[in-house]
Write a protein that binds this ligand. Structure first.
Ligand code: NI
Length: 247
């Protein structure tokens, strides 16, 4: 159920029966020596589309560029400033609200988006609370697929500590499940990357020279990706139902 493949009468018809919508959001940023630049957007998109099929809920086009300033010392990364991403998310939610969508369920693929997207939701609600925006804006939820308990548990079981924090084994696997032709064998040294705090792009590259944080994505496989896909879609479906019942 893709919004971009609907006509406006299709959407008008949908809104007579249902007012929920799924919004995939990712990032376009380096993912280490074997991970695709589009990993976060690819993961969010494949999960969101499968979720939309399962629940018969519309899915918007993927917001594929996120807040990735700390990856800018690696070529190919694109970033929005935090305030730009906040404005984009707010405008998307308010656009959906104008058409009568009441529940916006964001499927997120990138940790760096979390504080900004949550702030954007607050900005939408503040418009209602302060009387300057839509008095009854859509309810929003941000679902971070890799943090879903069953997904995190599967990653722990398969990879232990080598799952890591960025260019993780699970996300590389899931992106290869979506694009099996992208799978590749790349030797990594050290096998498990260092960990530490994140500041600006230059500091990030100094501390994490090949782009990985704490992970060993040479363990990734499209087969594992299929397992993550199945577990994540099931967990998202449950989380979605809780959201629409509570909100
Ligand atoms: Ni990622």
């Amino acid at each position: 159920m893709r919004l971009d493949l609907c006509t406006w009468p299709d959407v008008e018809h949908y809104l007579r029966h249902k007012t929920h919508i799924i919004v995939p959001i990712g990032s376009t940023e380096q993912h280490g020596p074997n991970g695709l630049i589009g990993t976060d957007a690819i993961c969010a998109q494949t999960l969101a589309r499968s979720l939309g099929e399962r629940l018969e809920v519309l899915v918007t086009p993927t917001l594929a560029i996120g807040m990735a300033q700390h990856h800018m010392a690696f070529p190919g990364t694109l970033t929005l400033r935090p305030e730009t991403l906040l404005a984009v998310v707010r405008d998307v939610v308010e656009s959906l609200g104008r058409h009568g969508f009441t529940h916006c369920y964001f499927v997120n693929g990138h940790g760096g988006n979390i504080p900004v997207v949550e702030a954007a939701f607050s900005a939408v609600y503040a418009g209602a609370s302060l009387g300057s925006g839509d008095p009854s804006p859509p309810r929003c939820r941000l679902a971070n697929w890799w943090r879903l308990p069953t997904v995190a548990e599967l990653a722990r079981r398969l990879y232990g500590e080598a799952e890591g924090w960025h260019a993780t084994v699970s996300e590389v696997s899931l992106s290869w499940h979506a694009h099996p032709e992208a799978a590749r064998d790349v030797p990594m040294q050290p096998p498990v990357a260092p960990t530490g705090p994140i500041f600006d792009a230059r500091a990030f590259r100094r501390r994490f020279p090949d782009g990985r944080m704490g992970s060993n994505p040479s363990l990734a496989s499209a087969e594992d990706g299929a397992r993550f896909h199945e577990v994540a879609v099931a967990a998202l479906a449950e989380d979605f139902q809780t959201f629409v019942v509570q909100a």
